[in-house]
Design a protein around this ligand. Structure first.
Ligand code: HEM
Length: 445
C-alpha cells in the first residue's frame, strides 16, 4: 500500500518527499514527532517537500524567502486552506473562508473596529475595566492560570463587542464558545457525541444568542459605543454595511482569532516570568513606575501602553520561544508553479514558520528566554518576523492583542507574586497547552 501510494504521487514535477499511507498519509508521524518530523523531512528532502497530513496532500514550505512569497501572493491563487471543520463552524462569511473583494470588504470592516484610534478611545477603557476586575481577588488562592487566561481572553473580547450585555450573556455564551473552539479543531465527523457535532450545535446556539442581541438593540434604538453598535450603524460613519449574517460571522471571527492566541501567550508569559526572576523584576519595575504616577482607580491609557516597551518585548519573546503559531495554511486554487515544481490544484501548502523562531542567526542563543533582544526595534520589523503572519492576511489584531496581554500583565504583576504548584507538564506541539492545567499559588505583592 505504501509503495502504491508513493507511485500515485511520483510525478517528477512534484516536490520530493513521502506521502505515507492512503487516506491517513503521515498525520500520525507528524502529530507524534511534531517539529522533529519536519526537521527530519527537511534533512532528507530540503526546505520544500511534499507529504500527506491532516487529510490532504500537502507541500510543506520551511524556506523563509518562499514563505514570504506565498503569503504575499494570495491573488495568484494561494488562498487560506484551513480544515473543513473550521470553515463549517466559523461560518461562510468568516474572514478565512472568503477571498478577493469579499475578503477586502470583511477585512476593511474589521480594521475599522480595531484601528489604533478605536483602541485608544473605546477598546482600552473596556479592556482596563475587565482586567482590573478579573484579577481582582486571586490573593491566597491556587488558580489554574490556563483556565483563567482562556476566560479572560473570551470575556475581554465579549466586553469590547457588547459592553452593556456582556455580563448578562457571558454565562450562557462562554460554554458554547468553548465547544465551538473544540469543534473547529476536530475531524469533520458528523456523528452524535463527536466534538464536531457539538461544535456545530454550539454555533447554532451562538447564532441564536447574537441574533437575539441584534434584535433587542434594533427594537430599543439605543446607540451603543462598542463593536456591535458600530457594525449595526447604517449611517455614513460606517463605510462597510454588513448583513446580519456577516455581522455575526465577523463577531465570531473576532472572538475566535483573539482567543487562543491571547490566552496562550498570557499563560506562557506567566510561566516564563515565573522561571526568570530577573525578567520579572524588570517587567515589574516598568509597571510599578506607571502605577506610581497614578491614583489606584486610574485606568491604563494609551500613553501608558506606549511606555510598556519591555512588556512588548516580553510578549514577543514569549510568542517566539513558545511558538504559539507554528505556521499558516494555504491551498492552491489552480495548478501552479512554485519553487520550480508544479503544485496541483487543491493541494494544501503549509507555510511552516516555527523553525525561523529558533534560527541562531536571527536570534543568538535561540533557546534562551531573553526579552532584551527585542529592545532593538529593528528585530520586530525584520522581514522573517512572521509571528503575526504576513502579506494580505497579516494579523489585523496584533496591537489589540498586545494591548490586552499588557493590561493583564499590568494588574497581575503589580498586585501579585506567584509560585507554581505541582510542576505540571506543558505540551508545545501541535498546540501549546498544559493537559492538566497550570496551577499557581498567588499571594499579594
Ligand atoms: C498574540 C496574539 C495574536 C497572534 C500571535 C496572532 C497571529 C495571527 C496570525 C499568524 C495570523 C495569520 C493567519 C493566516 O495568514 O492565515 C492572524 C490573522 C488574523 N488575526 Fe491574529 N493573532 C493575535 C491576536 C489577534 C486578535 C486579538 C485578533 C482580534 C481581532 C486577531 C484577529 C485576526 C484575524 C481576523 C486574522 C485573519 C486576517 C485575514 O484573514 O485577513 N488576532 N493572526
Amino acid at each position: 500500500l505504501l509503495r502504491w501510494n508513493e507511485m500515485k504521487y511520483s510525478k517528477k514535477s512534484l516536490p520530493p518527499g513521502t506521502m505515507g499511507w492512503p487516506i491517513f498519509g503521515e498525520t500520525t508521524e507528524f502529530l507524534k514527532q511534531g517539529p522533529n518530523f519536519m526537521k527530519n523531512q527537511r534533512a532528507r528532502y530540503g526546505s520544500f517537500f511534499k507529504s500527506h497530513i491532516l487529510g490532504c496532500p500537502t507541500v510543506v514550505s520551511m524556506d523563509p524567502e518562499l514563505n514570504r512569497y506565498i503569503l504575499m501572493n494570495e491573488a495568484k491563487g494561494l488562498v487560506p486552506g484551513y480544515p473543513q471543520s473550521m470553515l463549517d463552524i466559523l461560518g461562510k462569511c468568516n474572514i478565512s473562508a472568503v477571498h478577493g473583494s469579499t475578503h477586502k470588504q470583511m477585512r476593511g470592516a474589521l480594521l475599522a473596529l480595531i484601528s489604533p484610534t478605536v483602541i485608544r478611545e473605546q477598546l482600552l477603557p473596556k479592556i482596563d475595566e475587565l482586567m482590573r476586575a478579573f484579577v481582582g481577588n486571586w490573593e491566597n488562592k491556587v488558580i489554574n492560570i490556563q483556565e483563567k487566561t482562556k476566560e479572560m481572553a473570551f470575556l475581554s473580547s465579549l466586553k469590547q463587542i457588547a459592553r452593556a450585555e456582556s455580563s448578562s450573556v457571558a454565562q450562557e455564551f462562554m460554554p458554547e464558545f468553548f465547544k465551538l473552539v473544540l469543534g473547529t479543531l476536530s475531524l469533520p465527523i458528523d456523528l452524535p457525541g463527536t466534538n464536531y457535532r457539538r461544535g456545530f450545535q454550539a454555533r447554532k446556539n451562538i447564532l441564536r444568542i447574537l441574533g437575539q442581541l441584534i434584535e433587542e438593540r434594533r427594537d430599543s434604538e439605543e446607540s451603543h459605543k462598542d463593536m456591535l453598535g458600530f457594525l449595526m450603524r447604517k449611517d455614513d460613519s460606517n463605510r462597510y454595511k454588513l448583513s446580519d449574517n456577516e455581522i455575526i460571522d465577523q463577531i465570531i471571527t473576532i472572538l475566535y482569532s483573539g482567543y487562543e492566541t491571547v490566552s496562550t501567550t498570557s499563560m506562557m508569559a506567566v510561566k516564563y516570568l515565573h522561571d526568570h526572576p530577573r525578567v520579572l523584576e524588570e517587567l515589574r519595575k516598568e509597571h510599578m513606575a506607571i502605577r506610581e504616577r497614578k491614583r489606584p482607580e486610574d485606568p491604563i491609557e494609551w500613553n501608558d501602553l506606549k511606555l510598556m516597551k519591555f512588556t512588548r518585548a516580553v510578549i514577543f519573546e514569549t510568542s517566539r520561544l513558545a511558538t504559539i503559531v507554528n505556521g499558516v495554511l494555504r491551498k492552491t486554487t489552480q495548478e501552479m508553479e512554485l519553487n520550480g515544481f508544479v503544485i496541483p490544484k487543491d493541494w494544501r501548502i503549509y507555510v511552516y514558520t516555527r523553525e525561523i523562531n529558533y534560527d541562531p542567526c536571527l536570534y543568538p542563543d535561540p533557546l534562551a528566554f531573553n526579552p532584551w533582544r527585542w529592545m532593538d526595534k529593528s528585530l520586530e520589523s525584520q522581514s522573517y518576523f512572521l509571528i503575526f503572519g504576513g502579506g494580505t492576511r497579516q494579523c489585523p489584531g496584533k496591537e489589540l492583542g498586545i494591548a490586552e496581554i499588557s493590561t493583564f500583565l499590568h494588574y497581575f504583576v503589580t498586585r501579585y507574586r506567584w509560585e507554581e504548584v505541582g510542576g505540571e507538564k506543558l505540551m508545545k506541539f501541535p498546540r501549546v497547552e498544559a493537559p492538566k492545567g497550570l496551577h499557581i499559588r498567588v499571594s499579594s505583592y
